[in-house]
Ligand binder design. Structure first.
Ligand code: C2E
Ligand code: MG
Ligand code: MG
Length: 562
């Protein structure tokens, strides 16, 4: 302030001091107040007279005083000559009326006429903090229900997982969704819907323990975090309690609303370790609960478990099916492409499940192969088809043979030759009336073994066909050594003949190959006249497909034969 008159300078400084929007408190080296500006009086609620000459720590709550005094002492004692500006720090102030408040302060030191002064510049940040907290609240809490929102829930989940890792226990994540909430919005309006959500959240909160967390994800979806679980079942107890709390109606603006809820549960760490996985697993389980039976809860079954559960269920159902005669054999006609006559029928198994209806063999044969049930099932089909064929022969139907599918597992697990011989003997069927269909994939998998087996079967006098031919990577060298009678062109090639020149060529080649090896060739999956005409012109011997008839019961096939 060069060039200014000293008195003028002093007057200007004290005016600035009094106008300052920050509280200024100046103390001497004994930490007694020597200056207290206008704003300081406002902030602390003291007049100058009440504070000047008294220790500065009267301006803060008692618990902070000792530490503050020490710090100030050190600050005053340190001998740097230059004004030593401290960083702005947050402190707690004490007003004359006993009220505490947050403040931000910066402290500096001055050496004037050989004495040390400490000047604190201080700002009351109460308002600022409130605004900040409000913003933070808005960012973390749902405005409608005041419950934690998705952001905060995510945070809480993370912490819950950390604690569970440390304490070696579990966390349950419950995903709760109101059933038919949309109906309330649609019929009574959003205002009622909103009030209902508030009431629901209050009721849910009242059923939870203090240490559980509940929040709203969006709309009518709530998430509940249950910590310190030793076993997953405990979450079921809570879910039951929550679902139960909906027994009483909600009264909203005079409407009596009976609501229900579906709850899905996933467990950390059993069902996953990531937040997103647990939330989405709980969501999947909720969806299942909602679909199966409203106002209920479901645990998430991870894919592995659910596949295993499904398999076990299917297996026991299949076991029962065999005992309780749910299995039937259908027959699909096979015709001579030259004469158009029905010459044979393929036996195709069907499962008439009491609830699922007709189950396709494509679904249960692979399962039966895996669990070994194919052995009794295959034996049953063979016996049934042979007995049926014997009856047809006896009754004079002009059918030459019945074709029975043989699964790979039937060949590897039992003595097939022995079984076929036994069944033929039991049913009195002539062996040339039985055709066995063995897939190309299976015989080519172990061709040396296949050659031996096929010879043994051939010695019984049965007809042998290679099923699904064209899909199993045949080796010509082996094919020549198999004592087979027929190639059955897979329907995948037949499907596109006359439309796909490549498939035309493959079918043509299979027929030529078959004839070169002195085999008959049958095409399966013929659905149209064009396909039949193409195959006939290529001199394919036999055909099978919807064009001639779908697989039907024995009685229905008899109708066809008449
Ligand atoms: P596969 O032996 O190749 O049997 C032919 C399949 O094609 C049958 O399906 C038949 O219904 C179907 N099919 C027949 N004509 C047509 C047609 O024109 N168009 C179409 N799109 N499909 C046609 P299915 O009965 O569902 O049998 C599927 C597979 O299940 C069979 O294939 C066979 O591998 C297996 N399977 C069926 N019954 C038995 C059985 O008793 N024992 C064993 N081991 N396997 C069986
Ligand atoms: Mg077949
Ligand atoms: Mg086939």
């Amino acid at each position: 302030m060069m060039g200014l008159d000293r008195d003028f300078e002093n007057a200007l400084l004290s005016t600035l001091l009094e106008l300052s929007i920050e509280a200024v408190v100046c103390v001497d080296e004994h930490q007694n107040i020597i200056l207290f500006n206008h704003r300081a009086m406002q902030v602390f609620g003291y007049t100058c007279d009440e504070v000047v000459g008294r220790p500065m720590d009267m301006l803060m709550p008692e618990e902070y005083r000792a530490v503050h005094r020490q710090k100030m002492q050190a600050f005053i004692a340190c001998d740097s000559a230059a004004p030593d500006m401290q960083q702005r720090t947050e402190v707690v102030g004490l007003r004359g009326n006993g009220e505490q408040f947050p403040a931000e302060t910066s402290v500096s030191k001055a050496h004037i006429n050989g004495t040390v002064l400490v000047i604190s510049i201080l700002q009351d940040i109460t308002e600022h903090k409130l605004a900040h907290e409000k913003l933070a609240h808005q960012a973390s809490y749902d405005a409608l229900t005041s419950l934690p929102n998705r952001v905060l829930l995510n945070d809480r989940l993370e912490h819950a997982f950390e604690r569970a890792r440390r304490d070696k226990n579990r966390v349950a994540v419950l995903f709760l969704d109101l059933d038919r909430f949309k109906n309330v919005n649609d019929s009574l309006g959003y205002a009622v819907g909103d009030k209902l959500l508030v009431e629901v959240s209050e009721r849910l909160v009242s059923r939870l323990r203090e240490e559980d967390t509940i929040g709203r994800l969006i709309g009518d979806e709530f998430l509940i975090i249950m910590e310190g679980l030793s076993k997953a079942e405990d979450a079921g107890v809570l879910a039951h309690k929550l679902a139960d709390s909906f027994a009483e109606p909600f009264i909203i603006e005079g409407h009596e609303l009976y609501m229900s809820t579906s709850i899905g549960i996933s467990i950390f760490p059993d069902d996953g370790e990531r937040k997103s996985a647990l939330i989405s697993h709980a969501d999947v389980a909720m969806f299942q609960a909602n679909k199966d039976d409203k106002n209920s809860y479901r645990f998430y079954l991870n894919e592995l478990t659910s596949a295993a559960v499904e398999r076990a269920r299917m297996e026991s159902a299949l076991r029962r099916a065999l005992k309780q005669n749910e299995l039937i054999v259908y027959y699909q006609p096979q015709v001579s492409l030259q004469s158009g006559e029905i010459i044979g029928a393929e036996a195709l198994i069907r499962w008439q499940h009491p609830e699922m209806g007709m189950v396709s063999p494509a679904k249960f044969i692979p399962l039966a192969e895996e669990c070994g049930l194919i052995v009794p099932i295959g034996e049953w089909v063979l016996r049934t088809a042979c007995a049926q064929m014997a009856t047809w022969k006896k009754r004079g139907f002009a059918l030459k043979l019945v074709a029975v599918n043989i699964a790979g597992a039937q060949i590897t697990r039992i003595d097939l030759v022995d079984l076929v011989a036994t069944v033929l003997a039991e049913t009195g069927l002539e062996p040339q009336c039985l055709e066995l269909e063995i897939t190309e994939g299976f015989v080519m998998g172990d061709p040396r073994h296949a050659i031996r087996l096929l010879h043994e079967l051939k010695n019984l006098g049965v007809v042998l066909a290679i099923d699904d031919f064209g899909t199993g990577h045949s080796s010509l060298a082996y094919l020549k050594q198999f004592p087979i009678d027929k190639l059955k062109i897979d329907q995948a090639f037949v499907r596109n003949v006359t439309h796909d020149s490549q498939d035309d060529a493959i079918v043509r080649a299979i027929i030529t190959l078959g004839h070169a090896l002195e085999l008959k060739v049958i095409a399966e999956g013929i659905e149209t006249l064009e396909q039949q005409d193409f195959l006939r012109s290529e001199r394919c011997n036999e055909g099978q497909g919807y064009y001639y008839g779908r697989p039907v019961t024995a009685e229905a096939l008899e109708q066809l034969l008449r």
